[in-house]
Design a protein around this ligand. Sequence first.
Ligand code: NAP
Length: 306
Amino acid sequence: MIYDVIIIGSGPAGLAAAIYAKRAELSVIVIEKAGISGGQIINTYEVDNYPGIPGISGFDLSTKFREHCDRLETEFITGEVTDFVLEDQLKVITLEDGTKYSAKSVIIATGGVPRHLNVEGENKFSGLGVSYCATCDGAFFKNKSVAVVGGGDVAVEDAIFLARICKQVYVIHRRDEFRASKSISSRLLAMENVTVLWDSVVEMIAGEETVTGIHVSNLKTQENNIYPVSGVFIAVGYIPNSEIYKKVVAVDEAGYIIAGENCETNIPGVYAAGDVRTKDLRQIITAASDGANAITAVEKYLNHLE
Ligand code: NAP
């Protein structure tokens, strides 16, 4: 069988694309690696910024997305994509067991993972004070002290966002200047409740049930200090799951698949949706939006083929 579209990945982008594809009466399959739908949000303790369902757990939200797909009788396949032909008009996707699926178009919605610091306490307190998304979790730390780790655009934007709602923000950066653009860096440095710990690295995240402090070491003076914080926001970059597609699909220097809002990549009939795509804001709502936009683009592409 030749499907209209194969969707690779079953996070919010892939599931939204599946819903739009079924409603557009396209023949579609979703290939998911782990045999569980939802992507990164499965492990999110609470999602408080998805309109209409405040305070829902990430697991419950992904279950709702999946149930919506099931109601539309969407076909899901569990398997890891190991090879593909994307450049030809007929796209062929091969899984690790050798099974092949063919389609007229493909949506890559494989997401990514935040880079970890790999320090003591990071995994233990993930979701219990350690967060990789300030815009998702910042509101839980209103009037509290928090730390932001990193010196790029995301870390600096996160710190500005947090400084508006938190009592005190410590920014921990391993060098003596930010990588982030000058304009936002200056805005951050002018904020009264922000302290930047330059040339500093996190040694350990401490706590009991939840985070209570962060152990920081200065690389130049070797001085160690403990800062009392209840939240630690880690913003040291993100690793998009684009590795195997790079040989044919154009990516930027950080590995994100280059695509605009219509999700079109450099290859006709191949789309990138969600966190794997170049974009400014990586959130559930923008991933879901990509899924809808990608299917709209697929429909136009299929009409053009026929
Ligand atoms: P990024 O620019 O790669 O910055 C990552 C930061 O984390 C750097 O400051 C880096 O330090 C630090 N870092 C990396 N690994 C570390 C480790 N193991 N321990 C401690 N620190 C570590 O990543 P990003 O901020 O997530 O941004 C991703 C991309 O999106 C960038 O190209 C960025 O410009 C873009 N973006 C743009 C906008 C905007 O234009 N408004 C907004 C958001 C993101 P070093 O500086 O020492 O390398």
